[in-house]
Design a protein around this ligand. Structure first.
Ligand code: ACO
Length: 308
């Protein structure tokens, strides 16, 4: 059996920091409302998805001590591609010069978990080193005059390098789910702006995350008390807290980065994961639970034994 372990990581966010007070200067909102209802203090905005992806990927390759030619598969999760065709992964591959295949995954905010599971599947099928990127410029599809969405979204990218190892590797268990009959809750037509039924998504999100996370925990034969770090999709701190409490995971074992990044969709989980690594919150042997949900609707969880 061939598993994979994470050997490199990196992130990139636009320089432009937009605080809640900045938004309140031109929208009917306030720092208090945004902070209390979402947990967001500031977010980075701007840039181009491929450029953020390339910068994050270069950092991840450098931290892994790898050259682009050492990679034999590139998977890029995004809902905000540079163009309809070609995939943003092609632009990133062209700039970096990675070997092997390159493709995009659009599973909205669950995109990184879908890509991670796919990457492990490719390793099982023979890939040796996979560059996995989540990259988004959600601000580019958001009506910045719509206060409900403008205060939530953020831009950024994060990347990891996975390497094949003998044995099981890091991934202990996973599950993915989708319900396309709920696609009207969060959508964006060609050339249009994001639409979100925030209340309805909020109502469903906690149950979805809890059910998916529990499924992964049970499948791995562990308990939630054993989870060392919960790295959830960063959509709203109230969703994170409610899911965490129902799972019985204490606050200090949850990674929260929504305060600094806002909701960055496919990038949110890898940005939180990279922050956890660089802040020394992840150690070899730790049990890490990743859980996400988003447009589609889609959802998914992955339970990792850090370092394999
Ligand atoms: N500033 C001030 N007031 C606001 C704002 C704002 N930015 N936005 C809404 N309000 C007002 C509303 O008009 C409403 O006023 P009313 O009571 O006079 O009618 C009041 O605040 C409460 O509005 P709600 O919509 O009930 O606010 P809620 O507490 O539900 O928070 C939010 C809204 C933050 C959008 C929340 O519903 C949420 O986080 N939903 C889930 C979002 C999510 O998970 N999305 C999935 C991924 S997102 C992605 O993929 C891009």
């Amino acid at each position: 059996m061939a598993g994979a372990v994470t050997i490199g990581w990196g992130s990139s966010v636009p320089d432009n920091v937009v605080t809640n007070d900045d938004l309140a200067k031109r929208l009917d909102t306030s720092n208090e409302w945004i902070l209390e209802r979402t947990g967001i203090r500031e977010r980075h905005m701007g840039g181009v998805t491929s450029e953020l992806a390339i910068a994050a990927a270069k950092e991840a390759l450098a931290s892994a001590g790898m050259e682009p030619g050492d990679i034999d598969l590139l998977v890029l999760a995004t809902t905000t591609p540079d163009a309809l065709v070609p995939g943003t992964s092609a632009i990133v591959q062209g700039a970096l010069g990675t070997r092997g295949g390159a493709f995009d995954v659009n599973a909205a905010c669950s995109g990184f978990i879908y890509s991670l599971v796919a990457a492990h599947g490719f390793v099982l099928a023979g890939s040796k080193r996979v560059l996995l990127i989540g990259a988004e410029t959600l601000s580019s599809i958001t009506d910045m005059n719509d206060r409900t969405l403008a205060v939530i979204v953020g831009d950024g990218a994060a990347a990891v390098v996975l390497e094949a190892v003998p044995g099981q590797g890091e991934l202990l268990s996973w599950n993915l789910g989708a319900d396309g009959l709920l696609r009207h809750l969060l959508c964006c037509e060609h050339g249009g702006y994001l639409f979100m039924d925030g209340k309805e998504i909020f109502r469903r999100a906690v149950r979805i995350v809890v059910d998916s996370a529990r499924e992964a925990i049970v499948a791995a034969g562990v308990t939630s008390e054993q989870v060392d770090l919960f790295v959830p999709h960063q959509a709203n701190v109230r969703i994170i807290d409610a899911a965490r409490e129902r799972l019985g995971i204490p606050e200090e074992r949850a990674m929260v980065t929504i305060d600094r990044y806002g909701n960055t969709s496919s990038s949110s989980i890898p940005l939180a994961l990279v922050a956890a690594i660089t802040e020394g919150r992840l150690h070899a042997g730790d049990l890490v639970l990743l859980s996400g949900f988003g447009a589609g609707m889609t959802w998914g969880s992955a339970l990792l034994r850090w370092g394999g």
